[in-house]
Design a protein around this ligand. Structure first.
Ligand SMILES: CC(C)(COP(=O)(O)OP(=O)(O)OC[C@H]1O[C@@H](n2cnc3c(N)ncnc32)[C@H](O)[C@@H]1OP(=O)(O)O)[C@@H](O)C(=O)NCCC(=O)NCCS
Length: 196
């Protein structure tokens, strides 16, 4: 695995716009045309998502959803992130993506959520695995990070299933509707992923 594998003439790394995960599952870079479908999914999952994700009160209208997509697209343009719709047979069932890309040190951090009705089916583990492959094998990134609240068992299990190392606990990592929550910090490097 090469330590430098620039995807652009400017030497900066940019994830591809779409990735196939399985014959039914794919990841496609989020776009404005997804706004209504995505907002409808947020609406039906609002109570469930609010238990673990901090942004529900900032996405209350379709316009808020459009602003979110706009932010994601500017981060993609600036090479600092890449957010994807998870599609099963074409329908959006969740979101996954790189919340940050550290071009200097070749690191990145993942975030995700899935509609409650699809939980526990392995979709997030499979989608993460595909993202990790892309980051290490295609983009030449070196370090892949996943943070999950210590009591978010399902998310911590995703990291464990992927063979990621628990590096420690980040104190008061996230402000979740008035309370600070601690997070587990997991990581894996490219060479470690290849050896798995
Ligand atoms: C966390 C989340 C993304 C996991 O997605 P998923 O598709 O269900 O994950 P997987 O099916 O790949 O399952 C991963 C593991 O969690 C387990 N799991 C799934 N739901 C669970 C639950 N409610 N409680 C405990 N474990 C659970 C699965 O059985 C599996 O464990 P296993 O290795 O023992 O089989 C999903 O629960 C979610 O979207 N939650 C709300 C948003 C969120 O918390 N996002 C992550 C923020 S860090």
């Amino acid at each position: 695995m090469s330590p430098s594998k620039p995807q652009r003439s400017n030497g900066l790394i940019r994830p591809v716009p779409s990735l196939k995960v399985t014959s039914a599952l794919s990841l496609s870079l989020i776009s404005f045309s997804d706004a209504e479908e995505l907002f409808a999914l947020v609406e039906i999952n609002r109570i469930y998502l609010r238990k673990t994700l901090p942004w529900l009160d900032t996405v209350k209208t379709l316009n808020d959803q459009i602003s979110y997509i706009s932010n994601c697209l500017s981060e993609y343009d600036r090479y600092t992130g890449a957010m994807y719709a998870i599609r099963q047979d074409g329908r959006i069932i969740g979101i996954i993506g790189l919340n940050w890309i550290d071009q200097q040190n070749r690191g990145c951090g993942i975030g995700y959520w899935i509609s409650e009705e699809y939980m526990g089916g392995g979709v997030i583990t499979q989608s993460c695995s595909r993202m990790i492959d892309h980051c290490f094998s295609d983009l030449g990134l070196h370090r892949f990070v996943l943070e999950a609240a210590v009591d978010n068992t399902a998310s911590c299990k995703v990291a464990e299933r992927l063979g990621m190392r628990l590096e420690g606990v980040i104190k008061d990592r996230e402000l979740l509707y008035g309370s600070y929550v601690d997070a587990n910090l997991y990581s894996i490097t490219g060479p470690e992923w290849v050896q798995k």
